[in-house]
Design a protein around this ligand. Sequence first.
Ligand code: ZN
Length: 465
Amino acid sequence: MHTHFFRLFSGISFLLLNAMSAIPGFAQPVAGGGAFTFEPVQCVTEKQSLAIREDLVASMKWLKTKGVIGDINMLSEVKFEWPVRLSSQSKDPSLYGISNFVDNDFTFPNKLKDYNCGTRTYDQASGYNHRGIDIFSWPFQQIRQEQGIVQVVAAADGVVIQKIDGNPDKSCAFCPGACSWNAVYVRHADGSVAWYGHLKSGSLTSKQVGNSVVTGEYLGVMGSSGNSTGPHLHFEVWTDDNLTKLVDPFGGPCNALNGNTSWWKNQRPYRRSAINKIMTGSAPPVFPACPGLETPNEKNVFAFGDPLCVTNFYQDQLSGHQAKMELIQPNGVVWNTWFHNSPNTYSSSYWYWNPWFLPNVAGYWKYRLTYVVTGQTVTHTFYHGNTPPVVTLKPGNWNDPSVWSDGLVPDINKALFVCHPVTLSEDRFIQSLVVNEGGQVIVENGKKLQVTNMVLEKMHQRVLD
Ligand SMILES: [Zn+2]
């Protein structure tokens, strides 16, 4: 699928590029960022693809003899919903984008044509023309894979006709000997079959071959198993029980397979410009080489004088698209506004401004980003002040904002200050612990903290063994 590298813009040219209405004599933050780019590698070899199709045809024949699946019913023509969702743990607007479509030019190499007559696809000298849609996770794809936040779901009702699990899922290149992916295959009532490939090992649905799934049902976590260079979903569709005819779900002028007929209930635009995430941090995010875990440097509690970095993450940011950024004081008054015009078109990109030094105004500040051309606005709240916010919690789930007195779900690895001795959780996920006055609660990656049967005033009495 893809390796990634970053084109970094130097601060100075960036500053020249973008007008900032900063406070006179105020230290200008250095800006940086750019593209998060993917170089395609063959998702499935021709040999693998043939073997998969033979296996699926045999499985469908067997399921027919068992009466589990019936003959093709063209009256129930399938229309897909989007096959990716975010787990309830995520608070971000979006965490993915599209890197490659089906290649509708069947010649090769480098003869590329996507359904929209563009070149957002790939082929190989081996004769492989990309047969699916590649939906990647962005940003922090390695962390998200660990956390299981970007999930693959059934695009339509159907029957599981095959599932493969247990293969390594941290691929970063085309594997010598072409390693196998983890995948789920679903057959629909109209005889079409959908492939969900590169899944995270051990994350697959417990549904077995022959079981039914419904639209939107969980199938697994986006991973990087098989020939892949980063967490992404390869979504491939064939029309008939013998898997002889490939489908490009995106209908359009250059779709050589099914023309303008879209297989989506609501086909997404070719370019869907959107904010995936914004964040505050102690420094710009760091993206190591695959499969290294990213270092977001995310931070939401700042003391006076602490440097503040703000970062925006996008999908399909187009050249010239303008973004408006604002830092807003606790009283609602905008402290600073600046603009950024995208210097290029990207499937995935990010931009940061670092460091800002805020005036000594204590309280909950806001960082707000507006994607001017679409009007999408995302706001992030963070605390600034020498006395960190006193946070208390009530019975409930860590991810439920109402548990927290300030209504903010703390992020992973964030320090919190709890004003009372707290006896936390009999939950088998976490060892119970006691947090003393002024103590800290630190939550590790992938762990879940649950607070049960506790009301504030009772906390003092409960001391853990
Ligand atoms: Zn692919």
